[in-house]
Ligand binder design. Structure first.
Ligand code: FAD
Ligand code: NAP
Ligand code: SF4
Length: 678
């Protein structure tokens, strides 16, 4: 089969001299939690083998430490016994496709390792690290370098095709590079040539250990997003030095974990950082990898065609769809389950110690547990509600061979995702609906839109099974005057069905309250679709590349001409329920737009004067034109109750099952698990 003509750059092989990559897409490194569980080798073997079968050219594993102090008890590779275990992973990948390369990422967390024994060039605690690191002495530095070389050798022994050394993100190597974390005055600190010495020496010794015919990728902080961080000239000098020391490929990474610029969340435009890789690429001869928010084959093709990079790293998109590359190769890109950059099941899980998965693909990292086997007893199934829960159930059940009829009262599929995709920065959510619409066609699901299903209709049709995925109804709090014309539901506000005035109180500060605040304070194009706007809003400059990439200027966020107050009853800070890795970006954006945030609010009455409250016990009148009610949701179970009364057995999924703490991750996961067992 020939590659789809639309992606000539993506599907041109890359000759590395001693070996060849079959295409230009690699699966970037992600710590998933699979590294640390019992049976990790078998589970990772299944996880990576699925991606190898899915067409990717090269895989980089999650970060593995070269010694204990690098990880604080997490996964490491330093012994022959550990190397034997890794062989299970590499064999599975090469058995799936001998042309796919797999490289082990060597990650030394340095001051971010969760151990009081963590080490660094100087005892400088990271803003996000738990411990003050121990300063390395000369012997300690030599030990760390030797451990890197040993780890790479063990990787080679285990059957890996190469290693990636991470020299960014605030981990050990990068802390040598930056003056504020390297206070040394010996040959490992001081002027930049000295600060570069440790990472360059690691590359040199690893190359010496593994020999010439082994892929060695160095991941460089192309823009560390730190004030006082690395200058463009320093980045280029390091790139040249690691090239000379034996790197086969240089991979660009953006940001340290402690930086306050979003680099992969939904509000980051697609391929926003690729240009930075392009600038560095002009100064080195080895191939360069770019990454971040490249989630569809056309985006990858455009970056390669522009000459910004030689290879494209996709990490989260490979969780969302293991077959992304194969689908592009076969011209089936409309079947790709696109990563929507929500971070909800991947990074938010990683940073809270939970196993990684994917909101749009709950099988990610559960390849050996959540299996959609063909059914031996096909049944007629009605699914009522084509929101995320109903869509997931219908497509998994139909994929297994059941005959599915999918009802929705609305004229389009998607349920609340049709509201979510209207929020600036959540444009990607439309991709999930495109994916499901195509799956409905491919799987022959009988889709009945504009059809409100009722118990009599479903009973008469004599389905073997009825799945009730009717979602939620917004909660209407019992506040005096809640029916006053000033009070508007979030649905009416988002859909523009009711006018929203110049002064607004938003009652409820969960995910929807924040999204509504974003929508009504936003003007002009979405910065998620405009790289220049994104740069201004977050104070970064991809063209002139100041130190760290950050301009140090006050971010230019257009203040809203609306006067908006976001409020909640709880006394705690607002936005605590938002995602761990994205919540801060939403809070910061709204604050910069001038949105006021008030907690500890007791709602008393809505009338012509506005919203009467007690704030921390004191009476406060919010003299507003509009009160938008975002006070959570209740399950919508009218149909379910009718079905039970009519003697028709039914199962609840998604918001209809439980509205409290509902999100699309839970809805899709629950529905997929149920359908896998149907
Ligand atoms: P719903 O999406 O509510 O779908 C229910 C469907 O059932 C609807 O299409 C409805 O028309 C249909 N229906 C109801 N009764 C009948 C009937 N009798 N016959 C036929 N059809 C019927 N979640 C996240 O995880 N991340 C986010 O970033 C996020 N952002 C959001 C932003 C906004 C503005 C909103 C409103 C929600 C957001 N959510 C987000 C929440 C997420 O959309 C919901 O958790 C999810 O949609 C719930 O899925 P569901 O299938 O259970 O219900
Ligand atoms: P939510 O996150 O549960 O927030 C509901 C808000 O309403 C809270 O601020 C709550 O805080 C308030 N509230 C609850 N009961 C109330 C009452 N009786 N009177 C007044 N206020 C009340 O729910 P949501 O905002 O409706 O969002 C629904 C789901 O969609 C959420 O679970 C969320 O995860 C998901 N979502 C996620 C995102 C995301 O970016 N990840 C975005 C949008 C939606 P107090 O009780 O303190 O007032
Ligand atoms: Fe992408 Fe969200 Fe899935 Fe993470 S959870 S891989 S960000 S779609």
């Amino acid at each position: 089969m020939t590659a789809h003509a639309r992606y000539p750059h993506v599907f041109s092989p890359l000759d590395l001299g001693f070996t060849k990559l079959k295409n230009r897409i690699l699966m970037g490194s992600m710590h998933t939690g699979l590294e640390d569980v019992p049976g990790w080798a078998e589970r990772q073997a299944a996880y990576f083998a699925e991606r190898a079968l899915g067409g990717v050219g090269m895989i980089i594993t999650g970060g593995i430490g070269p010694n204990i102090e690098a990880t604080g008890g997490g996964a490491k590779l330093s012994t022959i016994e550990e190397s034997d275990q890794h062989r299970i992973v590499t064999d599975a990948v090469h058995a799936a496709d001998p042309d796919v390369k797999i490289c082990l990422q060597i990650l030394h967390a340095g001051p971010l390792a969760h151990t009081p024994d963590c080490v660094a060039p100087s005892p400088v605690k990271s803003r996000i690290g738990p411990f003050v690191p121990n300063e390395l002495d000369e012997a300690g530095i030599e030990k760390q370098i030797a451990d890197f070389a040993n780890c790479a050798l063990m990787a080679r022994r285990a059957g890996y095709d190469g290693v990636e050394i991470i020299g960014s993100a605030g981990y050990l190597l990068s802390t040598f590079l930056v003056a504020k974390t390297n206070l040394r005055t010996d040959r490992w600190g001081g002027r930049y040539e000295n600060r570069m010495r440790f990472p360059v020496e690691v590359v040199r010794r690893v190359r010496e250990a593994v020999g010439p015919d082994f892929i060695l990728i160095f991941r460089i902080a192309a823009m560390d997003m730190l004030e006082g961080g690395m200058s463009f000239e320093e980045v280029v000098a390091l790139a040249k030095a690691v090239e000379a020391a034996g790197a086969t490929i240089i991979s660009t990474h953006f940001t340290w974990h402690e930086s306050l610029v979003p680099t992969i969340a939904t509000m980051v435009p697609r391929a926003a950082f690729a240009k930075v890789t392009g600038h560095i690429r002009k100064h080195v001869r080895v191939p360069m990898i770019t990454s971040n928010r490249i989630n569809m084959p056309q985006v990858a093709e455009d970056v390669l065609a522009r000459g910004d990079a030689d290879l494209i790293s996709m990490a989260r998109p490979m969780l969302a769809d293991a077959e992304l590359v194969k689908k592009a190769f076969e011209g089936r890109e409309d079947e790709i389950n696109t990563c929507i950059a929500c971070n909800q099941a991947c990074l938010d899980h990683t940073f809270t110690g939970r196993m990684t998965s994917c909101l749009v693909n709950p099988r990610a990292c559960r390849e050996t547990e959540l299996i959609y086997l063909p059914t031996r007893a096909p049944r007629q199934i009605a699914v009522v509600g084509a929101g995320p829960a109903g869509l997931a159930y219908a497509t998994v059940a139909a994929g297994r061979g059941h005959k599915v009829t999918l009802y929705d009262a609305a004229p389009e599929i998607g349920g609340q995702f049709n509201l979510a995709k209207r929020i600036p920065g959540k444009e990607e959510f439309a991709e999930t609906l495109r994916y499901y619409a195509r799956q409905i066609e491919l799987l022959g699901i009988d889709l009945k839109l504009n059809t409100r299903a009722d118990a009599a209709m479903l009973k008469a049709a004599r389905y073997d099974e009825v799945i009730v995925a009717t979602g939620i109804q917004p909660r209407r709090p019992e506040v005096e005057g809640i029916t006053h014309p000033k009070a508007v539901s979030y649905i009416d506000a988002i859909l523009g069905r009711k006018p929203v005035g110049k002064t607004v109180a938003i009652m409820g500060a969960g995910g929807i309250g924040f999204d509504v605040a974003e929508l009504i304070t936003h003007s002009g194009p979405s910065s998620a679709l405009d790289i220049d706007l994104f740069q201004k809003e977050w104070g970064v400059d991809f063209t002139s590349h100041p130190r760290g990439g950050v301009t140090g200027l006050v971010p230019q966020v257009a203040r809203s001409d609306r006067d908006v107050t976001l409020m909640q009853r709880k006394p705690t800070g607002l936005g605590r329920s938002l995602g761990r890795t994205t919540g801060w970006t939403h809070r910061l954006t709204l604050q910069r737009r001038g949105v006021k945030m008030v907690s500890g609010v007791d709602y008393r009455r809505i009338d012509d004067a506005g919203l009467h409250t007690l704030v921390n016990g004191e009476p406060v009148l919010f003299d507003v034109d509009t009160v938008i009610v975002c006070a959570g949701q209740l399950p919508l179970r009218t149909l379910y109750d009718e079905l039970l009364a009519a003697g028709v057995p039914a199962q609840l999924v998604g918001g209809a099952f439980e509205a409290a703490e509902l999100d699309a991750k839970r809805a899709i996961n629950q529905a997929s698990e149920l359908a896998a067992a149907a």
